[in-house]
Write a protein that binds this ligand. Structure first.
Ligand SMILES: Cc1cc2nc3c(=O)[nH]c(=O)nc-3n(C[C@H](O)[C@H](O)[C@H](O)COP(=O)(O)OP(=O)(O)OC[C@H]3O[C@@H](n4cnc5c(N)ncnc54)[C@H](O)[C@@H]3O)c2cc1C
Length: 499
């Protein structure tokens, strides 16, 4: 190796890489840690995040439906408790008094009159999760929410207030973490890692884009949606494919009218995330998000149609006076989403010293304190039992939450709901079933072209349908390799039902 040497290299400077490095530096002060990532963070999810600190607000009909989803929910519940102390710890390390104020508590979840089927189901799921875990909430009159002024046909019919769920200024927290790391003596290196240096079944360090190398016995890959290139250095099929969930957030400022005091959002909507508005300060700065379009290769950005629809719906469903707000910045980020939708968190047995820390999809910002604590245990080889994280070991066959037949039904609901959200209205003479029939044929066609049919999330099935040749070129070799490596794996759902 011709370059530097340290104990741990973290590849990626998003929220997961930085938080993991920070937690490690707190636990083992003498550990030599380097974080490598491009300062501009082009396309990084963390920069584009809202960032709502939502757990119950993110619940869907699937949240408590199978062991892996329940485990993921447990992580987000733990994060809800962890954030206040975590932020204090970051501020103390970085002397960032302002960031301490950037956390806001309180989230309103509103269900609009025109909500689609899956949105309504997800709103029931939120209620039921709140009751199951005895989480405080209050049913409120939608019209009494400060700032709410929707268009007449889009008035919310129900609203919940979750006092413990809120938001944080994502961009401020990233800056805070960088300051804290520098104070703790962690090396934050501007650059891009080209490849892992692997031989004899273990990692020895990384090679940077400029050709230099950095050696380390432990490498943590936290490269977000760009992790696939490193997955490809492991045996085929060992780790689920990494996809890109492109999303848009818009930073705006109010013009002459007061805004919302707390987060206002809808439940998650079919495969997309919920529409949300996050107040950022008392000067009228707000964040409007978000959209979600998964793809197998990084997309150039969200389409005009998706962006237009986001802003239209924020005006119609939340506050028509948003039409006067000024746009300060368009934020485009790619959520790291694996083929099965679950994260990759832990050591890779086929390559000693290699740890994956990614795949957090929609709630990585919120979950980051708990994920960082777990990854620090993994890196420091602490013998701690992690029943939740066991589901998310990176070397695994894809987790199937459900059967292929049920995944097709889910896809049909998802597509129908998308059409409703985009404003479709059928004349009386067109039966809704004819539209559903079209979506069923679409899904069955995709499945007939898959080498090994596995139950896909609706938005991922949609990604395959949008770009079939490009996706199947990557998907089919992966699925064949999974079959060869893991044999006829038993989906956790089947085990769960049997047990
Ligand atoms: C529009 C939008 C809204 C969202 N809203 C929320 C929300 O409200 N709440 C929430 O909890 N989550 C939200 N998320 C999801 C959340 O942002 C992600 O789960 C989380 O930020 C992922 O963090 P990460 O560090 O894994 O990935 P990233 O933030 O993508 O960071 C990866 C980093 O690695 C760097 N990198 C990539 N390749 C290399 C390489 N080869 N060498 C070195 N560095 C590399 C990248 O430049 C990047 O900086 C949202 C995401 C988006 C896009």
């Amino acid at each position: 190796m011709d370059g530097g040497m340290c104990d741990v290299v973290v590849v990626g400077n998003g929220i997961i890489g930085l938080s993991t490095a920070f937690e490690l530096s707190q636990r083992a002060a003498d550990l030599r840690i380097s974080v490598i990532g491009p300062p501009a963070r082009e396309g990084a999810a963390s920069v584009a995040a809202g960032a709502m600190l939502n757990c119950f607000g993110e619940a869907t009909v699937s949240t408590l439906g199978d062991p892996a989803s329940i485990a993921k929910f447990a992580v987000t519940r733990a994060a809800l408790d962890a954030w206040p102390a975590w932020l204090d710890k970051l501020c103390d390390a970085a002397d960032g008094a302002r960031a301490r104020r950037s956390m806001r508590q309180g989230t309103f979840i509103v269900l609009g009159a025109g909500a689609a089927e899956s949105t309504i189901s997800n709103s029931h799921a939120i209620r039921s999760a709140l009751a199951t875990y005895d989480e405080p909430f209050e049913e409120v009159v939608p019209a009494e929410i400060k700032g709410m002024a929707p268009e007449v046909n889009s008035r919310p019919v129900r609203a919940l207030h979750l006092p413990r769920e809120g938001s944080i200024d994502a961009r401020e927290v990233l800056a805070l973490l960088e300051r804290a790391l520098t104070t703790r003596g962690v090396d934050v290196i501007p650059g891009t890692v080209e490849q892992l240096v692997i031989s004899d079944g273990r990692v020895h360090g990384v090679r940077l884009a400029g050709g230099e190398t950095m050696s380390a016995p432990t490498v943590v890959v936290a490269a977000g949606s760009l992790t696939q290139r490193f997955i490809e250095q492991l045996p085929p099929g060992a780790v689920p494919l990494m996809l890109h969930g492109t999303g848009l957030g818009v930073l705006t400022q109010r013009h002459g009218v007061p805004g919302f005091g707390q987060v206002v959002r809808t439940p998650n909507q079919s495969g997309a995330c919920g529409l949300h508005l996050v107040p950022l300060d008392d000067l009228g700065h707000e964040y409007i998000g978000g959209t979600n379009l998964p793809s197998f290769l990084p997309s150039a950005g969200p389409s005009i149609g998706v962006s237009f629809n986001l802003l239209r719906r924020a005006c119609e469903d939340f506050d028509h006076r948003l039409g006067y707000s000024r746009i300060h910045r368009w934020l485009v980020g790619r959520r790291p989403v694996t083929l099965d939708g679950f994260p990759l968190l832990g050591a890779a047995p086929s390559c000693r010293g290699l740890v994956f820390a990614t795949g957090t999809y929609r709630d990585g910002f919120h979950s980051s304190p708990v994920i960082a604590a777990h990854l620090a245990d993994v890196v420091l080889e602490r013998a701690v039992a992690h029943p939740y994280f066991d589901h998310f070991v990176p070397e695994r066959p894809p987790i199937e939450r459900t059967s292929v037949a049920a995944a097709i039904d889910e896809f049909i609901v998802h597509e129908n709901d998308d059409a409703v959200m985009l404003g479709i209205r059928l004349p009386y003479c067109v039966a809704p079933e004819s539209i559903s029939g079209h979506y069923r044929r679409t899904a069955e066609d995709v499945y007939s072209r898959m080498a090994e049919p596995i139950a896909l999330l609706p938005e991922i099935l949609n990604a395959v349908n949008n770009e079939p040749s490009e996706c199947l070129r990557l998907l089919n070799p992966y699925l064949r390799a999974v079959r060869e490596r893991y044999g006829a794996w038993v989906a956790p759902r089947a085990l769960w039902c049997a047990g």
